[in-house]
Write a protein that binds this ligand. Structure first.
Ligand code: G16
Length: 554
């Protein structure tokens, strides 16, 4: 490390006085103008991490679902997973170090994490379409270079595409080719194979598949791309899709602002369609978020009523499909679903009681869900907001591929083939809107399901998500996978008392790790009751946790 170069470059990326940020649910996130120093320093950290592992590390410049004016950065570990929690702490220390202490903090990290400064370091870089992203990723590059690292800049990519590239690189191509073409080819090949299997007489499991794929209306899918990177990448991928899937892109970023009144987060929170997407009754539609790692589906029925199909129903559809196939390959694979406190009570009940699949609840943040899902042969994880994927253990994947090659029993072999294609279609590194969309489209086509039939698997309990601004959201501390508040004193007692007023009700509060707000979730027997409960809880937060501005209005 050249201390002089470090001093010189760090002075070009000064830390605003008094600013302290924390590596949150998905990295650092705040107004873009406050992030230049963080970007430079995360370039430094990525090099240290790459040397410590040692392996290629990813850096994604994005603030995902946040407003266009925000930005952020997510670090990606070698197999495409989120940065290891022990390094989140280093990230926070480095981001908040005063300029004169920077070198000392780097030396401390090197000592604690046994970083060999003489090793090569390669960092993969990607960014979303925010106006601030290009300049901020240049600051990351400055940080990488000053510590003697090398980088490959993928430029504009979705977050999951960058995770995929990192995994391909570190598995020496076993996971796929570390190029966009490699990603498009891998996913589209698996998708086409699955659709073909549905139409093949050799594969008897999908009697309704043929009639589904020949139905003209079933071939169309309207996709709201949140005016973000998803639009660019989905258009690039379109030529790879077969005739059975006709994608129509809306909110492509040419006219409106990123995430403004559209995108997966908007649709989920407001439980209404995005602007800019003209929805006819019973048409299948979906929304990506700003960096295309989340997806939710929806449609409008003949009476004009809006139906949201969120991450819980996506997890349910995938679980039903996989469970049927796993029964056919008869390998006693352990399957489970991982959710968070936001999961609708009806989804948990359906999964546990009807489908008989074990369900686990963990803290918000895909990093927590991913970690838990790794404990099973087949771990399906989804946040209600549409962020999720499926993980197959190495042992399960190897067995499935072996059955495809060697199994004599036709039924077992064909089921294994479907599973093999699912493994290739699913981006196992992280939730991926494009990959999830194709998984869902394949399942609907193979099972011959319409969006309404999918929606009808169970009925969501009415629910409401709200946000409240407080002076310092860290005053709220939670336990039991964020389902109970430990501080401030009296808050949980108040919530418990409010919940008792309504039938089938549940509510919790937690500080967001991506926005400066406290999130409130409530569900109850009717929408009016869910709304009323959420409002009363938001007032409790406002009064007991130092609310800012005017009290929340109903
Ligand atoms: C990120 C995380 C998600 C999380 C979401 C909201 O999503 O990756 O796991 O659910 O933030 O987190 P919070 O409630 O803490 O603000 P994204 O799509 O914005 O990167």
């Amino acid at each position: 490390m050249d201390p002089e170069a470090l001093r010189k470059y760090s002075a070009l990326h000064p830390k605003p006085a008094g600013l302290a940020l924390q590596y949150g649910t998905a990295g650092f996130r705040t107004a873009a103008q406050h992030l230049d120093h963080v970007m430079f320093r995360m370039g430094l950290l990525a090099v240290l991490r790459a040397r410590a592992v040692p392996a290629t590390i990813g850096v994604m410049v994005t603030a995902s679902h946040n407003p266009e004016e925000d930005n952020g950065i997510k670090l990606v570990d070698p197999l495409g997973e989120m940065l290891h929690p022990s390094w989140e702490e280093y990230a926070t220390q480095l981001a908040n170090a005063e300029e004169q202490d920077l070198q000392k903090v780097i030396t401390e990290i090197c000592q604690k994490a046994a970083v060999n400064l003489h090793k090569d370091a390669l960092v993969f870089l990607g960014r979303d379409t925010r106006p601030s992203s290009e300049k901020l990723s240049q600051s990351v590059i400055d940080g990488i270079l000053v510590l003697g690292g090398q980088y490959h800049d993928y430029g504009l990519v979705t977050t999951p595409q960058l995770h995929y590239m990192v995994c391909c690189q570190n598995t020496q191509g076993q996971y796929g080719k570390a190029t966009l073409e490699g990603y498009y080819e891998k996913l589209s090949k698996a998708f086409v194979e699955l659709i073909k299997q549905g139409e093949s007489s050799l594969c008897p499991f999908f009697p309704c598949a043929k009639s589904h794929s020949s139905g003209e209306s079933q071939r169309h899918l309207k996709v709201d791309c949140a005016n973000g990177i998803g639009a660019l990448k989905l258009s690039e991928m379109k030529p790879y899709f077969p005739q059975e899937l006709l994608i129509h892109i809306y909110n492509d970023g040419t006219k409106e602002k990123l995430n403004h009144l559209c995108g997966a987060d908007f649709v989920k929170v407001h439980q209404k369609p995005p602007v800019g997407l003209d929805m006819k009754p019973n048409e299948r539609c979906c929304s990506f978020d700003g960096d295309a790692d989340r997806i939710v589906y929806y449609y409008k029925d003949a009476t004009g009523h809006f139906h949201l199909i969120d991450g819980d129903k996506i997890a349910t559809l995938i679980s039903i499909f996989l469970k049927e196939l796993l029964a056919k390959v008869r390998q006693n694979f352990k399957m489970a679903v991982v959710q968070t406190a936001y999961a609708n009570g009806s989804s948990t009940r359906y999964l546990e009681e009807t489908l008989k699949v074990p369900v686990h609840c963990v803290k918000t943040g895909v990093k927590h869900l991913h970690h838990k899902a790794q404990e099973f042969d087949v771990g399906v994880y989804f946040e209600a907001n549409g962020h999720g994927t499926v993980l197959f253990s190495k042992a399960a994947e190897t067995k499935i591929r072996q059955l495809v090659k060697e199994e004599k029993d036709d039924e077992k072999r064909e089921a294994a083939k479907v599973l093999e294609n699912m493994i290739d279609l699913i981006n196992q590194t992280v939730g991926d809107a494009i990959s999830d969309m194709l998984v869902i489209e394949a399942i609907l086509a193979l099972k011959g399901l319409t969006v309404q039939q999918w929606d009808g698997i169970y009925t969501d309990l009415p629910n409401r998500l709200l946000k409240v601004q407080v002076a310092d959201r860290r005053v709220i501390d939670t336990t039991d996978a964020e389902r109970r508040a430990v501080t401030p004193p009296g808050l949980q007692e108040k919530i418990d008392a409010l919940v008792k007023k309504y039938k089938l009700s549940r509510a919790f509060v937690r500080p967001s790790g991506t926005e400066d707000v406290v999130r409130i979730y409530a569900e109850a027997d009717t929408q009016e009751n869910a709304d009323a409960l959420a409002h009363e809880v938001s007032l409790a937060v406002y009064h007991l946790a130092g609310g800012k501005g005017a009290p929340p209005q109903p």
